[in-house]
Design a protein around this ligand. Structure first.
Ligand SMILES: C[S@@+](CC[C@H](N)C(=O)[O-])C[C@H]1O[C@@H](n2cnc3c(N)ncnc32)[C@H](O)[C@@H]1O
Length: 323
């Protein structure tokens, strides 16, 4: 399936009621000619192309994605910039060991891309039949089908509670475990899981299925573990004055980004004197998470839950005087 279609979020400015253009990742991260940009979630290269247009012929882009199929699709899109682009098939969880150069911009647009949902063979959608896979990187790790087969009821219940924020987490887990271990059911396809949920929850199934699939996807790809590693190692990759920005799509991820960016841009106080013990080494570029405008959500409903947060690494003289 050769579908090259994914609308990048916060990529174009839309007209606001005030008459101004809405903010974009570029207006906030401010790419300059000659900048080195690391795009940790290359996807179909929409944002990468936006950065490359702005950094000009002296700039450079390193693009990373865990999904080899997305990389293959994107290589041809980025062909006009091939001398300035270096593409790596990797998980950003392993950022610290990828030997990347210091960056002016570090950017991540988390989660899945449209081809994941549009191609039933990837098993991300419950709407059409396909293998219950849900891995971004099909070259490693366990599929969602294997997770269901191996996990205890308790673990599944935790996954549905934590990653799907589902009140029905216990009932979902017990229905799955009973179906597998008592009735000998096999959940190798997404429609087999969907029909169990429909049988168990009746008319409520359509509300639960998106969260059930989201929870499995987060678990299968260890998405929160990967984000924690990115938040730990990413900031030190930035040059002084460099900018780091992350678009997240659910509250668990957004909370992690918000807390880490806040901590790095706050510094610590001396508990005796109340003076500054460690100065902040970053400054927030977004006081609140930036959401797409209503115009963008109307054009691209998949953008509706997006939140963008960004910060900049202070130069040494700035950290010294920062309050
Ligand atoms: C929302 S899409 C990015 C879309 C991209 N900004 C564009 O404009 O086309 C997210 C991408 O991140 C990739 N991804 C998700 N988690 C990853 C991880 N931990 N490491 C590397 N890539 C990851 C997915 O495979 C997907 O291609």
């Amino acid at each position: 399936m050769e579908k090259l279609h994914h609308l990048p979020v916060l990529h174009h400015a839309f007209m606001l009621p005030s008459g101004e253009g809405s903010p974009t990742v570029y207006s906030i991260l401010d790419p300059h000619p000659g900048d080195t940009v690391i795009d940790l979630t290359l996807g179909l290269g929409g944002h990468a192309a936006g950065f490359l247009e702005r950094v000009g012929v002296t700039g450079k882009l390193i693009g990373i994605d865990a999904d080899a199929e997305n990389i293959r699709l994107t290589e041809s899109r980025l062909e006009p910039w091939k001398h300035q682009t270096h593409i790596i098939h990797a998980n950003f969880r392993d950022l610290a060991s990828l030997d990347l150069p210091p960056a002016d911009i570090l950017f991540a647009d988390l989660g899945l891309s449209s081809p994941h949902v549009d191609d039933p063979a990837r098993g991300f959608t419950f709407r059409e039949d396909g293998p219950l896979d849900l891995r971004f990187d099909r070259t490693q790790g366990n599929t969602a089908a294997k997770l269901l087969e191996d996990a205890s009821e308790r673990l599944l219940s935790t996954i549905f509670r934590e990653y799907g924020e589902l009140r029905e987490h216990r009932r979902i887990a017990s229905a799955i475990v009973r179906a597998i271990h008592r009735d000998g059911r096999d959940f190798s396809t997404n429609t087999s899981l969907r029909s169990l949920i429909e049988k168990t929850f009746g008319y409520r199934a359509p509300q639960l299925l998106p969260q059930i699939f989201q929870a499995l996807r987060i678990a299968v790809n260890d998405e929160l573990g990967a984000l924690a590693s990115l938040l730990e190692h990413g900031p030190s990759l930035l040059k002084p004055g460099g900018r780091m920005g992350i678009i997240s799509y659910h509250s668990l991820e957004d909370r992690m980004v918000k807390q880490k960016f806040r901590a790095l841009s706050t510094g610590t106080k001396d508990e005796w004197t109340g003076g500054i013990a460690t100065p902040a080494s970053f400054k927030l570029l977004t006081k609140k998470g930036v959401s797409p405008s209503s115009g963008e959500v109307a054009r691209n409903p998949r953008s509706r839950s997006a939140k963008f947060r960004a910060m900049t690494k202070l130069k040494i003289q700035e950290t010294r005087y920062k309050k």
